[in-house]
Design a protein around this ligand. Structure first.
Ligand code: HAM
Length: 430
């Protein structure tokens, strides 16, 4: 006996999205695409790998993403490259690189695709996960932040995802944030022994990161931490007030969450997360906010920006529980018998598919009984039977699998006739 060949498995934290599941992903993506396009967003496709420096400079050296989670490696020439952990930095890079601001600084982009973070895998948290990102460049007005939150809430409602809450906060600007950071560092210094080693290291350099720590003892220690909202300068305060007023005017429910600092360093002013209790620990299905300084930090002009990313894996996990009817079944299965039957069936199968009729057939030499079984298993709505007898008589049999009605159809113009019959039976069904 030969040696058993070892099967190669998926990488931990990665997953396949199989037929049967993928239909829901397509539906979610199509709904988001169409909503975003109605709001004037244009699709942009950016690479999956970028120079490591792009992410280090944008997301921040002290963040968990950059410190611990990026898939970074030298390419064959020794240049450090990274599998993108998020899309915002790349969209900014592209906007700057193609000098899109020269013709019109105001741009709305969306992009859909995989991101990579080497986090500890668990339900709702993967090492390759998918996001739908939307970014708006060149608008300072808080109304566009509200537009983004409104789009998220509308999308979730279109997908029948209930039980969602919009959490919002403001992180101030380079004017007012330093005062808050000092107050925060002083507060953390006073409770040094309760913080984890990461937080002790970060509390002076980047105290906002401490607020984002997930370690339970750090979370408890933070209950009485100062609130950024008490430190906002008049301009940031006004920006946040207008955001809240405009959300209320659109009847978007929200809660102000002073602990919402987000895991990326580039945010300024309004940040937000859409949270749900349906997912357990990984409760954020979307997050985003304003990042007015990032384009400049990346070497572009001083242009404000804001955006969000939806976690598609998490969204499909909760949207999935309400949907069962998305898998497409064949309109017709052609049961072919004999060599001539198979070759005719193949011609018709191709012609029907071109006409938009979902057709399947049996390519092997199988009995009628086994072909009928397969048609049943596939959920085919009709079966067309073509064998030597049918060819001799110049007629094929079309069977409705639900009503069990059978009609015979002349072989001449068979594709046209089938199309006609199927549309009649579809109308009857509806
Ligand atoms: P983020 O909060 O890091 O923001 O990610 C956005 C969403 O992606 C999360 O709310 C979550 O649903 C999903 N997500 C993140 N990590 C994972 C994971 N490991 N497994 C599954 N889902 C995950 C950003 O990425 C920002 N770039 C958003 C943004 C766009 N801000 C401005 N523009």
């Amino acid at each position: 006996m030969g040696k058993k060949i070892r099967m190669i498995q998926l990488i931990r934290g990665f997953k396949d999205i199989l037929p049967g599941e993928v239909e829901l992903w397509q539906q979610v993506e199509n709904t988001a695409r169409s909503l975003l396009e109605d709001f004037g967003f244009k699709e942009i496709r950016i690479p999956i790998m970028e120079h490591t420096e792009l992410f280090a400079r944008s997301i921040g050296e002290d963040t968990d993403i950059v410190e611990k989670e990026m898939y970074t490696f030298p390419d064959r020439k020794g240049d450090l490259i990274t599998l993108r952990p998020e899309a915002t930095a790349s969209v900014c890079r592209s906007y700057i690189q193609h000098k899109m601001y020269t013709t019109d600084p105001v741009r709305k982009f969306y992009t859909i695709g995989p991101m990579f973070r080497r986090e500890r895998p668990q339900k709702g948290r993967y090492r390759q996960f998918y996001q739908i990102n939307a970014e708006i460049f060149g608008v300072d007005s808080p109304l566009v932040d509200v537009e983004l939150i409104f789009i998220l809430v509308t999308l979730f409602s279109k997908l029948s995802v209930s039980d969602v809450n919009a959490h919002i906060n403001s992180l101030g600007c380079p004017e007012c944030r330093p005062m808050f950071k000092t107050a925060l560092s002083d507060f953390f210094t006073s409770l040094n022994e309760n913080l984890c080693s990461d937080c002790v290291r970060r509390k002076d350099r980047n105290p906002l990161r401490v607020l984002d720590c997930k370690v339970p003892s750090c979370r408890t220690a933070m209950t009485d931490a100062p609130s950024i909202l008490d430190y906002l300068c008049p301009a940031c305060d006004q920006h946040f007030e207008t955001t809240k007023t405009a959300l209320s005017a659109l009847n978007v429910p929200f809660v102000v969450d002073k602990g919402l600092v987000r895991g990326l360093d580039y945010y300024t002013r309004t940040t937000f997360e859409i949270q749900t209790s349906a997912l357990g620990a990984q409760n954020a299905i979307a997050g985003g906010g304003r990042y007015d300084g990032l384009i400049k930090v990346l070497g572009g002009p001083d242009i404000p920006a804001t955006g969000f990313a939806i976690g598609l894996d998490r969204l499909t996990e909760i949207a999935g529980s309400t949907r069962t009817d998305l898998v497409k079944t064949p309109d017709i299965f052609i049961a072919a018998l004999g060599e001539k039957g198979v070759s005719l069936a193949f011609e018709w199968n191709c012609a029907l598919c071109l006409e938009g009729v979902k057709a399947e057939m049996e390519f092997g030499d199988k009995s009628l009984k086994s072909q009928m079984k397969r048609a049943h298993r596939l959920g085919a709505k009709h079966v067309l039977i073509v064998g030597d007898n049918e060819i001799k008589e110049g007629k094929v049999i079309l069977r409705d699998m639900e009503t069990k009605d059978q009609v015979s159809i002349p072989i001449e113009n068979v594709v046209k006739n089938i199309k006609l019959k199927l549309s009649v039976s579809n109308i009857k069904r509806e």
